[in-house]
Each structure stands twice: as structure tokens, then as C-alpha cells.
Design a protein around this ligand. Structure first.
Ligand SMILES: Cc1cc2nc3c(=O)[nH]c(=O)nc-3n(C[C@H](O)[C@H](O)[C@H](O)COP(=O)(O)O)c2cc1C
Length: 413
């Protein structure tokens, strides 16, 4: 496996839950076993409407309210690492990058994977939020995104064994200790690429520390003005490494059974819900499948989503892959939408769809067909910061230009 293909993942392609360790295991066990016995339709959401007169008239441009937060449309700027932070600090690039997409009409604008601890950065250029100083420039971004009418969200992340990489435009791949790299953490001492330094397997104290980092990060993020918090449990990073039997070889209560492998994600989600105010949404991004036989898969994702919902998680953002370099992924237009659709239907929870959704009509169809509640757009938003305004135009709605532009651009007609 060469370093280039290892890269970084992105190179390749209403009641707050109060966590109770005593009650946790038995309630989790029952939730997971419920999942296994449910028929898909027992949990189905869409069949909740009795006739077509009651079908909600919902499309890509319909506002959505989750808890106390209203998104002006269903268009989300997906988290996208910019790899240009110094010591984890956001700067003018991040402000302009995210600010212009908020001015471009998106409903929700996510700050990229933001590390909850320095060793949780994918590269030395990742954003971080492990100190109050980090929250200051992020607060400026949250304020500007809000001023532009979008909701500011932030994705909280720990890269686990895929931390300590070179910048993608410097070839990706693991960064040597001598070149400024660091030792990585994981559920088990199993490296991502065979040639990588093996990660250190976290002990229980280490797991507790990681959860505390997430909790402290979320507290800072909320104080900084972010109104959606997303837990990054996808793309082969730390949380996903615990979920998948391919990277989790533990024999303690954090490894082995599905219940054990999901434990850290559920504990972290519960810890986040405890500090994220009840009026603010909590999302979890997952890789719905590893695309590898014997790995994490869609039925396990449905089980996880069912277990996350009663903890106060509002939406599952459905991505896939990036746990192992050998996965063969059938990448194509909207190829991950079926995951959002199945999880929404079977776990009866809101979902976000992402992955090669580039066109307004395609994105609209994702919502109108009931496959997902939100549509996350990544690379096409890089190509076109005004994607959401253009989508309004394509879907025959008057584009909601910022006032400073609107009076002028409308003159053309
Ligand atoms: C440059 C770049 C950076 C990315 N950074 C993140 C990230 O920080 N967190 C994350 O969950 N996904 C990240 N992704 C994945 C995207 O959010 C998205 O899931 C993926 O690109 C597929 O969507 P698209 O086809 O619209 O680009 C990144 C993707 C790209 C291209």
C-alpha cells in the first residue's frame, strides 16, 4: 500500500439524556436486541402517514426545524478539512471559506473535522478545539455564518490510528516522528497501513479521557455559538475504529460483541448530549459500511442508529468507507443515499445523505423521495460556493441573495 493511496480519508476518494453508567448496559442490550428482532416495517417512519393527503409537502428548499433550530433549507455544507490551521487555530481562510458558503445560501454550514485533542488531528494542519483559545476564532466564524442566515455547525473529531499524516498535497501517508509526527491511539494496536507505526491501544482510563475531551470540546463549541454539534464516527477515525471488528480486536467491554463495539460511541454521544443544550441538535456521522466482508455494515449501522436515538441524537449523517485501504467502493452518483434511506426507514431517525450529490434536482429528489432529511454537499460546494442559490434558481424559487448583492444581481432581469 503506498502512501499516496493511504492519504488522508478525504484524499480518497428533546429531552437531554443524563448518562447513567449503571442503567446503561442493560438498556443498551435491550435496544440492540430489539433491533435484531424488528422487522424493517415495524420501525418504518414513512408508513406513519395514513393517506396521501397527509404527506408532507417537503422538498430541498423547505425549512426544517430540529429541536429549537430552524434551517432555512435542507442544503448542508458538508464538513471539509482545509488542512491549513497552525496549531489547530482557525484563521481568515476558514472564515472566508465557510462565510462565503453561508452567504451562498446553505441552510447549515459545518466547520470541518475539529480535533478534540492535539493527537486526534489527521494532519498538523487540522483545526482543533482543545483549548479556550481555539474557540475564539471559531466564534467569529459562527457569528458570521449566523449573520448570513445559515446555522453554524461543527464536527468534533479524533482521528485515532489515522492521525499524524502529511498534508494531502504533500502526499498524505503517515508522518514520521522525526518530521513532526506523533504516536497514534486506537482501540487495538492494529495499524491502518501495514507500514504505519502501530497505534497504542487505549486502556479504559484512556477511553474515559477521550470522552472527556469530546465533552469539553462540545462545551466550548456551544459557548462559541455553534448550534449543531456533530460527532465524527465515520471514515476510519477513532470512533469508527471501535465500531468495526476489523480494527477493534479488544477482548474487554469495548470489543467483541456489537454491544461492546458500539459502547464508546454511545457513551460519547450521551456525554455530548449532557452538555449540548436541549434546544440544540446533535448529529452523528457514521460510515454505514466498511465495504469489506466481515466489517461494519448496514444492519449494524441501523442497530447503532436505534441505540443513539433515545440518547438524544437527532440525525445520522450517512457516509461510508475509509476504515481499511483495501475496500472496493462502488463510487457513483448518490451511491450512499440508500444508506440514509434504510437507516431513516428502519431506525426511524432523521438522516443526512452525502456523496456525489451535485445537482439541484438530484438533491431535491433525495428529500422528496423521503430518503433523507438533509443533503450534505462537499466537493460541489468547493467548486460553487453559491450552490444553494443556484439550486433555488434551478428549482424555480427566487434566490435569496445577501442584500449587498441581491438588489444588483436582480437588475439583470
Ligand atoms: C477536501 C475534503 C475534506 C473533507 N473533510 C471532511 C471532514 O472534515 N469530515 C468529514 O466527515 N468528511 C470530510 N470529507 C468528506 C465530505 O464531507 C463528503 O462526505 C465527501 O466528500 C463526499 O461528498 P461529495 O461527493 O459531495 O464531495 C472531506 C472531503 C473533501 C473532498
Amino acid at each position: 500500500m503506498n502512501n499516496r493511496s493511504r492519504g488522508t480519508a478525504y484524499n480518497n476518494g428533546a429531552v437531554p439524556f443524563s448518562f447513567s453508567p449503571a442503567g446503561f448496559t442493560s438498556s443498551l442490550r435491550s435496544r440492540l436486541s430489539d433491533t435484531m428482532s424488528d422487522s424493517p416495517h415495524a420501525a418504518g417512519c414513512r408508513s406513519a402517514v395514513s393517506d396521501d393527503r397527509n404527506l408532507p409537502d417537503t422538498d430541498l428548499l423547505t425549512p426544517l426545524t430540529i429541536r429549537g433550530v430552524t434551517f432555512r433549507n435542507r442544503i448542508v455544507v458538508s464538513p471539509m478539512c482545509q488542512y491549513c490551521a497552525a496549531n489547530g487555530m482557525a484563521d481568515d481562510w476558514h472564515l472566508v471559506h465557510l462565510g462565503s458558503r453561508a452567504a451562498g445560501g446553505a441552510g447549515l454550514v459545518f466547520v470541518e473535522a475539529t480535533a478534540v485533542a492535539p493527537e486526534g488531528r489527521i494532519t498538523p494542519g487540522d483545526l482543533g478545539i482543545w483549548s479556550d483559545a481555539h474557540a475564539e476564532p471559531l466564534a467569529r466564524i459562527a457569528a458570521f455564518v449566523t449573520r448570513m442566515g445559515a446555522v453554524p455547525g461543527i464536527q468534533l473529531a479524533h482521528a485515532g490510528r489515522k492521525a499524524s499524516c502529511r498534508l494531502p498535497w504533500e502526499g498524505g501517508g503517515q508522518l514520521a516522528l522525526a518530521a513532526g509526527g506523533w504516536n497514534t491511539l486506537a482501540p487495538s494496536a492494529v495499524p491502518f497501513a501495514e507500514t504505519d507505526r502501530p497505534p497504542t491501544a487505549l486502556d479504559e482510563a484512556g477511553i474515559r479521557a477521550v470522552i472527556e475531551h469530546f465533552k469539553a470540546a462540545a462545551t466550548r463549541a456551544v459557548k462559541a455559538g455553534f448550534r449543531v454539534i456533530e460527532l465524527h464516527a465515520a471514515h476510519g477515525y477513532l470512533m469508527h475504529e471501535f465500531l468495526s471488528p476489523l480494527s477493534n480486536r479488544r477482548t474487554d467491554r469495548y470489543g467483541g460483541s456489537l454491544e461492546n463495539r458500539t459502547r464508546i460511541v454511545l457513551e460519547t454521544a450521551a456525554a455530548l448530549r449532557a452538555v449540548v443544550p436541549p434546544e440544540l441538535p446533535l448529529f452523528v456521522r457514521i460510515s454505514a459500511t466498511d465495504w469489506v466482508e466481515g466489517g461494519w455494515d448496514l444492519p449494524q449501522s441501523v442497530a447503532l442508529a436505534k441505540a443513539l436515538k433515545p440518547l438524544g441524537v437527532d440525525l445520522i449523517d450517512c457516509s461510508s468507507g475509509a476504515l481499511v485501504p483495501s475496500a472496493k467502493i462502488p463510487v457513483g452518483k448518490g451511491y450512499q443515499v440508500p444508506f440514509a434511506d434504510t437507516i431513516r426507514e428502519q431506525a426511524c431517525i432523521m438522516t443526512g445523505a452525502v456523496g456525489l450529490i451535485t445537482d439541484a434536482h438530484q438533491a431535491d429528489e433525495v428529500v422528496t423521495s423521503g430518503s433523507a432529511d438533509l443533503v450534505f454537499i462537499a466537493r460541489e460546494m468547493m467548486r460553487e460556493p453559491y450552490w444553494a442559490l443556484k439550486a433555488q434558481q434551478a428549482l424555480n424559487q427566487e434566490p435569496s441573495w445577501p442584500t449587498q448583492y441581491g438588489y444588483a444581481v436582480k437588475r439583470r432581469t
